[in-house]
Design a protein around this ligand. Structure first.
Ligand SMILES: [Zn+2]
Ligand SMILES: [Zn+2]
Length: 803
């Protein structure tokens, strides 16, 4: 090997090493796989960050490092790994922050992105910077708009009036999950209202069955259980029956129920206050009360209406419907615990077997008729009495079906995706309204519809996007007839930006297509996606839906975008959730400045199992640093002695092979803490044996490389290599050498057995004597005595003849 250019006493200086390798990686294009020719492509994706003003927080660092470790591990298995990064920079978070600090988002966001990029470079991710992207770049959102047009043309996008949650403070529509106990998640003081707005929706609910079925198809999806379960619950499949309750004049009320077996106990009906039949069926005497109730209900937010334990209220419409099973007429009420968005907006109330209905019946003195007996069998149910609940469901549904009064249906809880936002900071929805031609999509050749840089981007109370106030942008010639027409002023949901970003990364240099067919075929679907479970339902579900649509339209060859998804855990600080108010937020920059990125990365990954998270404690970080220092010293010593393949103690050999195996298995399962612990054990055994054999030291450097990449590169170079350590392969272990092949050797003093020591099978006399030297019991008998002779019977006993 070459003469070493490093003084052997040089200590490990992370800042010097890391700066050097950041530069080298960029110069040598170390992290840039050949996207057109890679033969073993591996797409390693992490959830791109929203570039906040605070910069990357430690949670981002934890997630990105864990994903990067996996990507580097795959590379060390011989894959060409593509690991891109970008910025999810549109959306209400960015806009609200811009409003708060009084800076235009178009000026604020680039500054934040610059800061993020600096931090991302600093942590040493294996990012391919050629393919960095920001969703706010017109070169990107041009294709987000193109995507909208594909859905529009395929009739998967439509506009409808609907009741929405409205935050008077945000001045925009909120998703249900943004409403917390009736208040806005961003404005805990502000009560959320209900408004009716005409908005754009995507027909994700048409895909509910497929979205659900694929979750159970291991050939398509290998996902964290927690994530798959969250999606299943969100899609919310239920089997039941749709039943018609006749009114007069050939009209009827249709209900969905999962309990058709209880129909004999349906003693009244309840409609949502917004149900279209309400005005029609309300009798003159009840009109005033019904109208007042509907007005009051309209002011409530949708989420608090769903809360089950809220006191029930309602009003009788004066109308009656006929129960198709009993033939009896039952009263029709309205109540706000029934939602128009759910099912058919009407229910048959079975107070004997439904809590909410029971509460309501008790309050308004409506009849309660039990139809399930104590044994769980149907009672008071005509010919169906005596059947079990399951039999009853089937039989009653069939019976209703035969009489044209019902049918069995599968229903999903999943709503269509509202993509309209009455805000500024997003891609304008590419639609034009013409008085003559109606709704006209912007021609693809006219994309992007640029978001104009306007100074008064703040939303007002009108429910109309600020863009509508800018006539020079708002009015546009109709693409079909040329007459003066108006642009759609809603921008699209941020989740549309992120629903397809993984497709753009490999093709980000193409200006004339959203994603190149050949590139997409080579790199997609994503091999491993790692992210937070807070995105289990929205982002991950929307991305799947968009992939299904693009597949149907012939744009991509797959219909599931993420073959493998793993949810990472969360980290807390000193046992508590990090928050500004607690003052326990870890600012990564400070730690990296003090300890270096490699130590920080290793510490983050050592905190606990990656998929569970861990507790960040300041005192803990010195352990990983000492670990790297020890390896550094070992490398230095290895270079000095340049020992290779000589006599290696048996237990060292076993530990070496065990470590190669254990780290490999642990990394594959994202148990990074176990992999680091295994390497630490090996280091201790090597130090104990004063061993710095080149074969072992080099393997050790490869094994820590995913965690401490700059460090490993530097060690690798010092060991005499001129190529990147990431061009190496994971060391191969020999299975037979991983087995702990230890023997117990009896320790005798003058022929009397006094103790025993455990050594590797076949250990030599010197090793056994050394082991005895470490054994306290033996030392009690040997201390201060003059050893005249040692008799060693391999694998069995050692006898010290003392004077
Ligand atoms: Zn708000
Ligand atoms: Zn026109």
């Amino acid at each position: 090997m070459s003469e070493t250019a490093f003084p052997s006493d040089q200590t490990y200086q992370p800042d010097v090493v890391e700066a050097k390798w950041r530069e080298r990686w960029a110069e040598r294009h170390t992290n840039e796989p050949d996207l057109d020719r890679a033969e073993r492509p591996f797409y390693n994706l992490m959830m791109f960050p929203y570039p906040s003003a605070e910069g990357l927080h430690v949670g981002n660092m934890f997630a990105f490092t864990g994903s990067d470790v996996y990507g580097r591990f795959k590379r060390l298995q011989g894959y060409q790994v593509f690991e891109p990064i970008g910025y999810d920079a549109f959306g209400i978070h960015s806009e609200n922050f811009a409003i708060k600090v009084g800076t235009h988002p178009a000026r604020l966001i680039p500054r934040n992105i610059e800061n993020f990029r600096r931090q991302l470079v600093r942590i040493g991710g294996m990012f391919d910077w050629r393919h960095e992207l920001a969703t706010t770049d017109p070169a990107y959102y041009k294709w987000t708009q193109w995507l909208f047009l594909q859905l529009y043309k395929a009739r998967k996008a439509y506009k409808k009036f609907g009741a929405v949650n409205w935050c008077p403070e945000c001045k925009t529509v909120l998703a249900n999950e943004q409403v917390v106990g009736g208040f806005c998640e961003r404005h805990p003081e502000t009560k959320v209202e209900q408004r009716a707005l005409e908005q754009w929706f995507f027909r994700i609910s048409d895909y509910a069955g497929r979205l659900l079925a694929d979750l159970d198809d291991p050939a398509k999806m290998d996902w964290s259980d927690t994530t798959a379960t969250a999606q299943r619950n969100w899609i919310g499949r239920s089997e039941g029956a749709e039943i018609e309750f006749g009114l007069d004049h050939n009209r009827s009320i249709r209900v969905f129920t999962t309990r058709p077996d209880t129909i004999y106990g349906a003693t009244f009906m309840v409609l949502a206050p917004e149900h279209p039949l309400v005005a029609d069926i309300t009798t003159a005497g009840q009109r005033e009360a019904v109208q007042a109730y509907r007005t009051a209900a309209a002011a409530k937010d949708l989420v608090s209406r769903k809360v089950g334990d809220r006191a029930k209220t309602g009003v009788f419409t004066g109308a009656f419907a006929r129960n198709p099973a009993t033939g009896r007429t039952i009263p029709v009420w309205i109540a706000d615990y029934v939602l128009m968005e759910y099912g058919t907006g009407a229910i048959m109330a079975v107070p004997a077997h439904d809590e909410r209905d029971f509460e309501f019946a008790t309050l308004y003195r409506l009849p309660v008729s039990p139809v399930i007996d104590a044994d769980g069998r149907l009672a008071e149910s005509g010919e169906f009495s005596g059947r079990t609940i399951d039999e009853g469901k089937r039989a009653i549904t069939q019976w209703l079906e035969a009489r044209g009064a019902g049918k069995s249906v599968v229903q999903y809880r999943l709503y269509d995706w509202c993509i309209s936002r009455q805000r500024y900071w997003g891609p304008p929805i590419p639609i034009i309204y013409c008085d003559k031609c109606g709704t006209v999509p912007v021609p693809e050749s006219d994309l992007p519809v640029l978001l104009p840089e306007i100074e008064d981007f703040r939303p007002d109370d009108s429910g109309v996007s600020p863009l509508a106030r800018h006539e020079e942008w708002y009015y546009v010639p109709c693409p079909e007839c040329g007459a003066r027409a108006r642009r759609e002023t809603d921008v699209s949901d941020t989740f549309l930006d992120s629903a397809w970003y993984y497709l753009r990364y490999p093709s980000s240099e193409f200006a004339d297509r959203p994603f190149d067919a050949e590139r997409t075929r080579r790199w997609c679907p994503v091999a491993t996606y790692i992210g937070g479970n807070e995105h289990a339902v929205l982002h991950l579900l929307y991305s799947r839906f968009i992939a299904m649509v693009l597949h149907e339209l012939g744009h991509v060859h797959f219909d599931e975008p993420f073959a493998r998804f793993r949810a990472h855990g969360l980290i807390v600080k000193d046992g508590a959730k990090m928050s500004k108010s607690r003052g326990n937020v870890v600012v990564p920059d400070e730690y990296i400045a003090r300890w270096g990125a490699d130590t920080f990365r290793t510490y983050l990954m050592f905190l606990g199992p990656f998929q569970e998270g861990g507790d960040f404690r300041d005192e803990g970080i010195s352990g990983p640093r000492r670990f790297l220092d020890k390896i550094w010293a070992m490398v230095t010593e290895c270079v000095r002695q340049d020992m290779c393949g000589g006599e290696i103690r048996h237990d060292v050999v076993v530990k070496w092979h065990q470590t190669m195996k254990r780290t490999h298995e642990a990394l594959e399962e994202l148990r990074y803490n176990s992999a680091i612990a295994a390497c630490m054990e090996l280091v201790n055994v090597l130090r104990d044996a004063s061993c710095c054999d080149r074969l072992i030291v080099e393997d050790l450097v490869v094994m820590v490389a995913p965690f401490a990449p700059h460090f490993a590169e530097e060690c690798w170079e010092r060991l005499g290599h001129t190529t990147s350590v990431f061009d190496e392969l994971w060391p191969e272990w020999e299975e037979r050498l991983t087995v702990d092949d230890d023997v117990e050797v009896a320790v005798q003093v003058n022929g009397k057995t006094r103790s025993k020591v455990v050594v590797g099978r076949g250990s030599g006399e010197a090793e056994v004597v050394a082991a005895v030297g470490r054994d306290a019991t033996s030392q009690r008998f040997l201390d201060g005595r003059d050893v005249r002779k040692v008799i060693y019977v391999p694998n069995r006993l050692v006898n010290f003849v003392v004077g």
